[in-house]
Design a protein around this ligand. Structure first.
Ligand SMILES: Nc1ncnc2c1ncn2[C@@H]1O[C@H](COP(=O)(O)OP(=O)(O)OP(=O)(O)O)[C@@H](O)[C@H]1O
Ligand SMILES: [Mg+2]
Length: 202
């Protein structure tokens, strides 16, 4: 499988891999190497320019974007409770479970805060907590630690890679060496020569 935009340079080519439940896969490579693009192809949001992606028995797909989007006036807690209600939890259990998940992302103290009041890193952790609450078969995460201090980042790494159990596959696009190390497997996207030339011309 390979991809390029239009007749531009190939971002990656001859990729051939299988993702299995229980794995946490890191997509690594420098900025512009195609990590986010490959995530969207794995998710099925984009079609590769050559080759194909097959998905077998994936119950649901969840994507946590590089830039968090939430509901500005709703509380942080509401964001995590909502997918649990969607999965059939009663309100009280949903709140308990949401608080547990938020605690693992260091968000318990911010439960009653409105989304618009959160910092960038808090907002992104909240989107991760929300994704965890929806318990997807395939969880795709883009740069989860980019805005975080080291200690918070390492807890986020542990929580995300810890999710890759049973029937969940976790794919994380990152250039954080610690996140990379926490993954059970890594797919490296190399810096593409053509790409570099094009950048230099620009
Ligand atoms: N829709 C598009 N059309 C044309 N080029 C695109 C499009 N989307 C992305 N690109 C280009 O493809 C390359 C790879 O982008 P991508 O976002 O996948 O990189 P990345 O590895 O996620 O980078 P970063 O670490 O900065 O997030 C970049 O040069 C980008 O400008
Ligand atoms: Mg990216």
């Amino acid at each position: 499988m390979g991809h390029r935009f239009g007749d531009g340079p190939w971002l990656f080519r001859d990729l051939d891999f299988t993702l299995r439940p229980g794995e946490a896969i890191g997509l690594c490579g420098p900025s512009g190497s195609g990590k986010s693009t490959l995530l969207s192809i794995v998710a099925g949001f984009a079609k590769p320019a050559e080759g194909q992606v097959e998905r077998h028995n994936i119950s649901s797909v969840r994507w946590v974007f590089q830039n968090p989007h939430g509901m500005p006036r709703r509380t942080a807690l509401d964001h995590v409770v909502q997918p649990l209600l969607g999965r059939g939890y009663e309100r009280e259990q949903a709140v308990d479970e949401a608080m547990d998940i938020m605690t693992t992302f260091h968000l318990a103290d911010l439960a009653d805060r409105q989304f618009r009041e959160l910092s960038g890193g808090e907002a992104q952790r909240l989107m991760l907590a929300r994704a965890v609450a929806s318990k997807p078969g395939l969880l795709l995460v883009d740069e989860p630690t980019a805005q975080l201090d080291q200690r918070t980042a390492s807890d986020v790494d542990a929580t995300l890679t810890g999710l890759a159990t049973g029937d969940t596959i976790v794919v994380i696009a990152t250039h954080d060496p610690n996140t990379r190390a926490a993954c059970s497997r890594v797919i490296d996207l190399a810096w593409h020569e053509n790409h570099e030339e094009r950048k230099e011309q620009a």
